[in-house]
Design a protein around this ligand. Structure first.
Ligand code: FAD
Length: 408
């Protein structure tokens, strides 16, 4: 590993951290309980973030291209320290933006990414639609089809997407579809579908256990027609890729891992969100344990309670080190030879669930009520072992990477 790796974020990053922490403490945290109960997208908070430049393409691009790699994890941790449901409403758009950045031409990036954010006076969000009712962990099983209509230079999309963050309310949907089902994941391509395109509609909106301020819904594609220019990367590149994949199929029997590599790169950012939740719950529990008295002394005087807090803090810091390492590696084009991205997301997600459960225990009966925020944080943490690859799938990816074996 190069000597440029540093655990000192530097003055610029610390200034960004403090700025975001202020926004999280003053704007996000006070609004958290209300939007959790309403189970609605917190548009006024997103608008406030947009006015300050926190919800903007420029801000994320700056953090994304920061060579230290820690710009994105620092931003995620602070926003999600404020609240995970609102945090995801603010950063959910970046999932779709990253898909366009990773797969689109310069022209497509220039056209679509600004539309995903809108303007401070007219904020917009974007959605990334990969998961389907029968294709969650098994991305290769997706059934949404994209068929090219050469006469009109249009793609026709049919299928049902599910669990889409911002699905149906987005100005821009990025849809992953199969153009050649025989090639599995290597026959997939991504398409931009602009708001108002006939045939795209929102299915059911889910009522969730946690991150309830974040909108999650089905997206139905019924004969959706988009121009050829909406195929990310363009037709020529797709045809070359499919030809190479067909060659590969003949040689290796059809396994591909390009999509896996993309997911792997975005996982540290999701891990950082989980750390934000964990740190928030830990702070509430530490504070409570110092002030709550039983048997004539603060409950933290009991080793049983103090050791719980010691474990919580240790796991949070360990998770952050894994996330920062993976983020630095990704920013410096170091290959994830041991699935370090998955390691970071796995450990951070499990840590958030562990820490928030311990925090509830330390708060006793109060922890079980909505009078205190740890109950919400505990509910919010549960998604971090499920989305962006479940914990089991992360273990599968790590196990395959370290063993070189096709572990199932
Ligand atoms: C709130 C929320 C937001 C989401 N946002 C998005 C989004 O914006 N865009 C998007 O495309 N998707 C999104 N998702 C989908 C999410 O990524 C999937 O839910 C996730 O990948 C798991 O898929 P699944 O729910 O179908 O579970 P399944 O794949 O059916 O898994 C069920 C269980 O089986 C286990 N399992 C499956 N296969 C294996 C295996 N090979 N080995 C061991 N265990 C296995 C899993 O770990 C899990 O415990 C979101 C989901 C939620 C709940």
């Amino acid at each position: 590993m190069s000597s440029t790796f540093s655990l000192d974020p530097g003055a610029d990053q610390l200034a960004v951290r403090d700025w975001l922490h202020g926004f999280a403490a003053d704007v996000i945290r006070p609004a958290a309980a209300e939007w959790d109960e309403r189970e609605e997208t917190p548009w006024p908070v997103i608008q406030e973030a947009a006015k300050l430049g926190i919800y903007s393409l420029d801000f994320y691009a700056q953090q994304y291209f920061d060579p230290s790699g820690v710009g994105i994890p620092i931003a995620m941790e602070e926003l999600f320290w404020g609240d995970a449901g609102i945090g995801l409403s603010i950063v959910g758009t970046t999932l779709a933006a990253v898909a366009v950045l990773a797969n689109g031409t310069d022209e497509q990036i220039g056209t679509w990414t600004p539309q995903m954010f809108g303007t401070p006076d007219d904020v917009k969000v974007a959605a990334f639609c990969s998961s389907e009712p029968d294709a969650g962990s098994d991305v290769g099983a997706l059934r949404t089809r994209a068929v090219y209509d050469e006469a009109k230079d249009e793609w026709v999309l049919n299928g049902t997407k599910t669990w889409a963050t911002n699905g149906g309310i987005a100005a821009v949907h990025v849809v992953v579809a199969s153009v050649d089902p025989e090639l599995g994941t290597r026959g997939h391509a991504s398409f931009v579908v602009p708001q108002g395109t006939p045939g795209l509609s929102q299915g059911q909106k889910f009522k969730k256990h946690g991150i309830r301020a974040s909108h999650t819904a089905e997206v139905v594609l019924d004969g959706v027609r988009v121009p050829g220019s909406c195929l990310l990367g363009g037709k020529e590149k797709l045809d070359e890729r499919l030809a190479r994949a067909r060659e590969g199929v003949k040689r290796s029997g059809g396994r591909g891992n390009a999509a896996m590599a993309t997911f792997e790169a975005s996982r540290p950012a999701v891990g950082a969100q989980a750390i934000g939740i964990a740190r928030a719950a830990y702070e509430v529990a530490l504070d409570y344990a110092r002030t709550r008295e039983q048997f004539g002394r603060p409950i933290i005087d009991n080793q049983g309670v103090a050791f719980q807090l010691a474990d919580m803090k240790t796991r949070i810091d360990a998770a952050r080190l894994l996330v920062w390492r993976a983020s630095w590696m990704a920013a410096n084009n170091q290959p994830f030879t041991a699935a370090e991205g998955s390691m970071s997301k796995l450990y951070a997600g499990e840590t958030a669930k562990f820490v928030t459960a311990q925090a509830m225990q330390i708060l006793g009966g109060n922890g079980f009520t909505r009078e205190y925020p740890v109950e919400r944080m505990h509910r919010d943490s549960a998604i971090y072992t499920i989305f962006e690859g479940t914990s089991e799938i992360q273990r599968l990816v790590i196990a395959r990477a370290i063993s070189g074996m096709p572990i199932r």
